[in-house]
Design a protein around this ligand. Sequence first.
Ligand code: SF4
Length: 653
Amino acid sequence: MNQSIDALKQYCNSLVQYSRRQTLEVNIGDVPMGGTNPIRIQSMTTVDTMDTQGSIEQVIRMVDAGCEYVRITAPSIKEAQNLAEIRKGLHLRGYKVPLVADIHFTPNAAELAARIVEKVRINPGNYADKKRFETIEYTEASYQAELNRIREKFLPLIRICKEHGTAMRIGTNHGSLSDRIMSRYGDSPMGMVESALEFLRICEDEQYFNIVLSMKSSNPQVMVQAYRLLVQKLDEEGLKPYPLHLGVTEAGDGEDGRIKSSVGIGTLLEDGLGDTIRVSLTEEPEAEVPVARELAARYEHRVGHTPIAPIVHYPITPFEYNRRVTREVLNIGGTHAVPRVITDLSGRDKITVASLFAVGYQYSVPLDKWNITDTACDYIFLGDHAVDFEIPGTLGLLYHHATWLTQRGKDRTYPVIPVSEYLRGVEQSPVLNFVRVTPEDMDQALLVRLKQDTTAVLLATTDNAHAMAALRRLFVELINQGCDVPVIIGRQYQDLNGEQLQLYAATDTGGLLVDGLGDGLFLETVRSGSDKLVNDTAFNILQATRTRISKTEYISCPSCGRTLFDLQETTARIRVRTSHLKGIKIGIMGCIVNGPGEMADADYGYVGSGPGRITLYKGKEVVRKNVPTVEAVDELINLIREHGDWIEQESVN
Ligand code: SF4
């Protein structure tokens, strides 16, 4: 489907020039959000809200780490009441950070909290509805009757917020849409948007505008589409441009959580969307703050980047996933090939058998064979290094063109050719040639040549600070010109720490992959982490964008005051036993109130249902209730086995 640029302006200011979307300024205590304010950083406490002192100490740690708003769960009236004690204690210690009460299912707790704290967060999926996973047939009249019922339940909170100057976030979660929304719109970005708009229209009717919106999902693709659609719908309906709170829910921990969050949040920030961010990791909340700051900091000086050519016709649909159609060149592109990973070993002094261990290939001396792991890269870029041993049968080697001329008799060796030499007509491989290009190289002479060359694959790179948009521009040109050459997305990084590399690469390339652009990744790095880290980062980005699945996916909640077990420790225990189950999604949720809804499309669920008790799910169905914690991981494994998804560890090693 083609989109005119006018239609696109409804989701961002510009596809080629970085600028933040102009939003309404919302007052939240002394820290306003939106308008010309910087991108605000926030997080959520994990201690029990009834533990006043513990909550105060944790909030202080979070604020000291750079948190500008702190959210605290208020599952019932008593926790909402205790927010007053926490707030008082913080003020006594000199901390005036705005507090946000997190509400699910309990309007009476919301109405009390709105009198105490600076902001309340409600989930439109469960504020006025109990979820029963039922499909209901609605007529126009019965749907309207439901909306009237919601209005009655919601009006008191709006009036209290207006009276007390309290802000509100209407925060949709993909995993906890109401049965009403699911029945009419399905489990879709449109359903997520409509879920928030139903509540927002009531607020606007009441002339209450102190509102922030969010559209979270554990799937970055869904999350990105929902935020874009939300902006477009706000414009279309003439609603105000409310600030956006960005987040990927249940992102997990470690590198997975960081990369998944960056793909979702970073993709939107690149297009100027987002006024506050929360990175939700299954780690201590203060650990989330530096990650969020790192993501936001990249945009402080983005305005004024090297200009990118304007786009007249935009051929990409930003609200649904469609992979760009490319021709297949060897094992790259086409309709079936997964995106390929090229790992850069050109900076090594010498390439040995051991060099390949870090990039997913393990050589067994007694068996005299290569063991290929799920994160074995497809190609290695060697620059000018030759190898003097037999490489694994699935691996290809890339050389600078001049060196390739000396190696071209060997199996699976291919040249990387600068575009100027390619156009000059230097000697090529009869099978596969990587042509290094930048967006500025895309002229007619090159396009004509590429259309005829069935051996070419582009290695597209840019040094533009607004890299995602610059590379997107290159894809737009290829699509508009009807050129189906496969493209490997290339990025070059120097002098970053490992975490920065994960965040930057996931943002710069994830934003393309979620729109179906790119037939592979090539991260070239200098002093920016080990070979293993760089290789794993590429695979993790592909996993997070759901374009290539190479491992088990954990959808684990960040924990909060409702959590019934140690999430970090439990996630680690489950990971040890199940990390070889490629493609399986396991939800690990701290409480049964929100967990089952929020684990979205997990295949199996491990959910805290009481102190020392776990309930296990197969999809959305409860299959074992109240299992003692000590037995629960074994029971989870049994469940996976019963459903035929278990593989013994030895058989995948
Ligand atoms: S699922 Fe986790 S983060 Fe969400 S409310 Fe329950 S314990 Fe808190």
